[in-house]
Design a protein around this ligand. Structure first.
Ligand code: ZN
Length: 541
């Protein structure tokens, strides 16, 4: 179980505010990374910013800054926002980082020398927002000519001399790869979109933009063999996944072959559904050309709508993770995005929904459970940890059986949910388990046991409940680490956590999965109950 695990998010464009959809991707990836840390595996979790785009250059000009200054500022804000979301990343990579530039130049040169990159005149329809060339049939008909399907904006007819990557050469190999590795792209239904795209025949794609004639467009990494050209932003961006784990390109100041081999091939790229083509068609071909193994898995999540409508930078109806956290806090943001939305499909954000969901699951279900059990234990046993002698009222299912049923005796149900990237399913297991503990209270009626003087049964009941809460605290950690910390501290079980250091130097207190399970001998030091999950209220308009 000590196999290294490498997970990445896509990298964010710094030319606009992070929206809650990308927050979902980053938090979802953080959950998977944290779960693997709980398994005791060495984890590397990378996220960052995709900076070399013309949109960045335009935004910088507008702000009166150089592209680099502008990106420093924006990347700083995105990073700070991720910290507020409690994202435990190992590297925040920026495509303007010097090590990435070296790796990128080395790989494009390698492809050039291998004959996979060649020069040709090109004319095509270009969406400046997507930064992608489209063929006529991939566009929508607009009033002023062909439009981008995503952005509903007119496309520019661009003619220039570019370098191209021989994607067509890898068509058969890609078909075979998809056939032999049905799990390469998940969820299943996304695979058909990509395989039918490949079936239509692959066209070579541009890996450069000519930069000299247009003085304003020079923000990017120059092609090492023709520095008048800069490397196309997508080619540049995808390579971040190699740079982040120290790909040992000659001249890379951060290169480290042993480290790279430890974490590559990547276990999973978590991405949005709109960029599957880049990650499962272009990217594999680029890697094959460089003689590098492919990532094991690409997982594409859906989009988050805002109050039932598609969020769009261009149309300005966007909600940011920071805005949500300002109203409801990071625990609520994380819990709501993951528990209320199916990661593989499209989701939704609405203020009234986050209030309802978090109050139901966190305050009413889990918060009440912890509060009731700790209060009763303190009241009936004066702070001494109750001991489980296994004496329950007849016909009542004990906590160990409930634990096995909902989480798995050793967390098997949780592992299965993480393996399938079923993050809402993971949350549902935890909610069901907490509900079953509340039900256990209703069935055993500890207050009645106290009244009748049956101290022995009362002690077993409360000991089992505390042990249930300890397991609840462990299970919650990947999703809402701060809430898990609060629960474990409340029952004095922080000691089960192991200290782990991220590559950034940040220290994490990780409750290991091996500590999940029923342990009747576990002794706890209870403290006065504090409200863990204050009830949320929707902000007034
Ligand atoms: Zn577009």
């Amino acid at each position: 179980m000590n196999k290294p695990f490498y997970i990445t998010t896509a990298i964010a464009y710094p030319n606009s505010k992070m929206h809650v959809g990308f927050g979902w991707e980053v938090i979802g990836s953080d959950v998977v990374a944290r779960f693997r840390r709980m398994e005791g595996r060495p984890v590397f979790f990378s996220t960052g910013t995709d900076e070399h785009s013309q949109n960045v250059e335009k935004a910088a000009l507008k702000a009166g800054l150089s592209s680099k200054e502008y990106c420093d500022q924006q990347a700083g804000e995105i990073r700070a926002s991720m910290e507020r979301m409690d994202i435990a990343y190992d590297r925040f990579i920026r495509t303007s980082d010097p090590d990435h530039e070296k790796v990128c130049q080395y790989l494009v040169e390698k492809a050039f020398k291998a004959g996979d990159v060649y020069k040709q005149k090109y004319e095509g329809l270009y969406c400046e927002s997507c930064e992608v060339f489209y063929t006529e049939k991939e566009t929508a008909a607009g009033a002023g000519g062909p439009e981008c399907v995503t952005h509903k904006l007119p496309l520019k007819r661009v003619s220039e001399e570019n370098y191209f990557f021989k994607l067509s050469k890898y068509e058969e190999k890609l078909k075979a790869h998809f056939k032999a590795n049905p799990g390469f792209l998940a969820p299943d239904f996304r695979r058909n979109e990509v395989t039918s795209f490949i079936e239509q025949g692959l066209k070579d794609f541009s890996v450069s933009r000519f930069s000299v004639s247009r003085t304003s467009f020079k923000w990017g990494i120059p092609l090492p063999f023709d520095p008048q050209h800069i490397i196309y932003v997508w080619y540049d961006a995808l390579i971040n996944y190699l740079s982040a784990v120290k790909y040992p390109a000659p001249g890379n100041p951060n290169g480290d072959e042993a480290f790279f081999k430890k974490f590559w091939p990547c276990d999973v790229h978590i991405i949005g559904k709109d960029i599957t083509r880049f990650h499962t068609v272009y990217w594999p071909a680029m890697l094959w050309s460089a003689g590098i193994e492919l990532p094991k898995n690409v997982f594409a999540h859906g989009f988050i709508n805002l109050n039932g409508e598609k969020m769009s930078k261009t149309r300005g109806n966007i909600v940011t993770p920071d805005e949500v956290m300002a109203d409801f806090g990071a625990i609520a943001l994380r819990w709501y995005l993951l528990s209320a939305n199916t990661f593989s499909g499209d989701g939704n954000y609405a203020d009234q929904d986050i209030v309802l969901k978090c109050n139901a699951d966190l305050s009413n279900n889990m918060g009440n459970l912890v509060n009731r059990v700790v209060s009763m234990s303190l009241k009936y046993f004066e702070g001494r940890s109750p001991v489980d002698a296994g004496k329950l009222p007849a016909g009542i299912e004990g906590v160990p059986a409930r634990l096995t049923k909902h989480l798995g005796a050793k967390g098997e149900q949780l592992s299965a949910a993480i393996d399938a990237f079923d993050l809402s399913g993971y949350c549902a297991r935890v909610v069901e388990f907490s509900m079953s503990l509340n039900k256990f209270i209703d069935e055993t009626k500890p207050w009645a046991l106290a009244k009748s003087g049956d101290k022995e049964t009362l002690e077993s009941v409360l000991a089992q409940l505390l042990e249930g809460i300890r397991n609840l605290g462990i299970a919650l950690w990947p999703v809402v680490p701060a809430a898990s910390d609060g629960i474990l501290a409340q029952i004095g079980a922080e000691g089960i956590c192991e200290s782990q250091k991220l590559a950034t130097g940040r220290e994490l207190k990780v409750p290991l999965l091996s500590r999940l399970g029923y342990d009747a001998k576990f002794a706890l030091k209870l403290s006065e109950p504090k409200p863990l999950f204050p009830r949320l209220e929707a902000p007034k308009e």
